[in-house]
Design a protein around this ligand. Structure first.
Ligand code: ASP
Length: 441
């Protein structure tokens, strides 16, 4: 029997009403046999996420401060769910035991993991599924990557093809057996691991939006949803700041060629976004670009030196200075006598003066300056490889919007064109590109 792994995010399991929607979705397709859940998220703007409350309790307990207030919020969230869904209060007893553990002292990861643990226990009971504790099978290495053996052991746990399993997201264990969490939002990764371990034909990621948008909705009003996007495109979009789902969640399913569908728990009829290894012919024919993403938190160090092109190893020495300071670079556009290094502001963190000094000393440039407040905008799409005139369209749109282009970079893959503009022009540039490619006439 073919199986689908489904993951429900925090807003999809925020309360009893949402969890009833989860039940309806799971029961609507008998292939949905592997369910992965987050901890209860926000019910409305201003509502705390359960994971945040757990971190808070752990911090307070470490400082020997009374945790009564935040803990009462955690307990009442679960108590309400239990009451709404008419579940047994067995888990509530465990939550009280956990409070005692917290005051004695537990690790931060263990405390945070209990949101998903209790959530999965309750949802397993409500859906009539077998609870799976990921700490038993998912081994997370010190650098955050997954031990490959995890797929095998978890796969064995999911071995019964007609079995129905509910696994907690967000955590596993380290090599020594201690509970270890992924980074925030990491239940997406757990869902991807479960999909791969189960040999699922599809990984459905249920959230509160009807898919991935072609541009940032804070900048472009009501941007279109992307119907289909490739793994390569999504990687570029996520890297350039598009809020997709956890970017580390792509790898486990991509390696196993399992497509992902992003769906909306509140509007299950919406088609959502399909992320796939190979775009369908209709997408290839009809779409010029997948989307527009960008970030406005970069700086560019620019230097000029006559005859730089003749100096063997010049770029190597320049980049070596960044390496010595532990700063990674994003782009390195160059011409005959000039070269620039673009870095994320977060990477620079007060190191700009030292780096400039080192460049002056070691490379004696004719001129050297740093341009802060640079934004990078990426127009992403595999269709660009085949389409003539995309670059012309981009620059025409930017010209019309009176945006001065500082940097242009097209990767060899021809899958994206990255344009550097002053941060102040960033939103105007995104809007101009969106209207040129999407709103068209
Ligand atoms: N509950 C965790 C968080 O808030 C993990 C997740 O929801 O994916 O980050």
């Amino acid at each position: 029997m073919e199986r689908i792994a489904v993951k429900f995010g925090g807003s999809s399991v925020a309360d009893g009403t949402q969890i009833k929607k989860v039940k309806a979705i799971v029961e609507a397709d008998p292939r949905r046999r592997i369910v992965v859940v987050s901890a209860p998220g926000k019910r409305h703007a201003g509502d705390p996420k359960l994971t945040d409350l757990l971190y808070l309790c752990q911090d307070m307990a470490t400082l020997a401060t009374a945790i009564d207030e935040p803990f009462a919020l955690i307990r009442s969230r679960f108590a309400e769910i239990i009451c709404d869904l008419r579940l047994s209060d067995r888990v509530l007893g465990e939550i009280d035991d956990f409070r005692a553990e917290l005051t004695v002292g537990v690790t931060r990861d263990y405390a945070a993991s209990r949101g998903e643990y209790f959530s999965a226990r309750l949802i397993a009971e409500f859906l009539g599924g077998e609870f799976v504790d990921p700490a038993e099978d998912i081994i997370i290495r010190a650098n955050g990557t997954i031990d490959q053996d995890s797929y095998r052991t978890l796969g064995e746990r999911f071995r019964q093809r007609d079995g129905f399993y509910v696994m907690a997201g967000f955590y596993g264990r380290d090599r020594s057996g201690q509970v270890k969490t992924f980074s925030r939002g990491g239940s997406d990764i757990s869902g991807a691991i479960a999909a791969r371990a189960a040999g699922a034909i599809l990984y459905e990621n249920w959230t509160d939006t009807s898919g991935i948008l072609m541009a940032d909705p804070r900048i472009v009003k009501d941007p279109q949803t992307i119907a289909e996007i490739s793994f390569r495109e999504i990687r570029e979009m996520a890297y350039m700041g598009a809020s997709v789902f956890h970017d580390e969640a792509i790898l486990p399913v991509r390696e196993a060629a399992i497509p992902i569908r992003i769906k909306n728990t509140n509007r299950p009829g919406d088609p959502g976004t399909l992320i796939t290894g190979k775009l369908s012919d209709s997408t290839i024919v009809t779409t010029e670009i997948a989307g527009i993403a960008g970030r406005s938190d970069f700086s560019m160090i620019c230097l000029e030196k006559s005859l730089m092109n003749k100096e063997v190893g010049f770029a190597h020495r320049l980049l070596g200075i960044f390496r010595e300071h532990g700063v990674s670079f994003e782009q390195c556009p160059s011409s005959i006598d000039s070269i620039s290094v673009i870095v994320e502001n977060a990477q620079l963190q007060g190191l700009d003066e030292v780096i400039l000094d080192d460049i002056r000393r070691q490379l004696q440039p004719d001129s050297l300056f740093i341009e802060k407040n640079l934004a990078l905008v990426a127009v992403v799409g595999e269709g660009m490889v085949r389409t003539v005139g995309i670059a012309a369209k981009i620059f025409e749109a930017l010209k019309k919007a009176k945006v001065n282009v500082r940097v242009i970079n097209q990767g060899a893959s021809e899958m994206n064109i990255i344009i550097g503009v002053a941060a102040i022009d960033y939103e105007r540039a995104v809007r101009a590109l969106y209207s040129a490619f999407v709103e068209k006439s």
